[in-house]
Design a protein around this ligand. Sequence first.
Ligand SMILES: [Zn+2]
Length: 98
Amino acid sequence: MTDPLVEQVAMDRPRQRFKLLDDTGFKEVPKKYRKFYRHWKGAGDSLAPNEVLCPVCKVVIRSSRELRVGDRVYCMPCMSRLVIGEGENGRLEATVRY
Ligand SMILES: [Zn+2]
């Protein structure tokens, strides 16, 4: 279990890939997983195409691939399984998958 992106929807077009080289300083998970998470900085912060906010613990989940509606992601800090949908103003939004 490495990248939080555990299941992708149909590959209808190629996905942009992202290099996650930096340690984001997110100390809540073991060092080798830190690049996959970061703290949400609140108003003024924004999400990249490979990032989505966990609705449970409010941590930003980062994948090495662009995220899309229908993808399933895993949030290690709170152990939630999430599915990505489309929120208000077209932004990606994760919800808990039961
Ligand atoms: Zn979480």
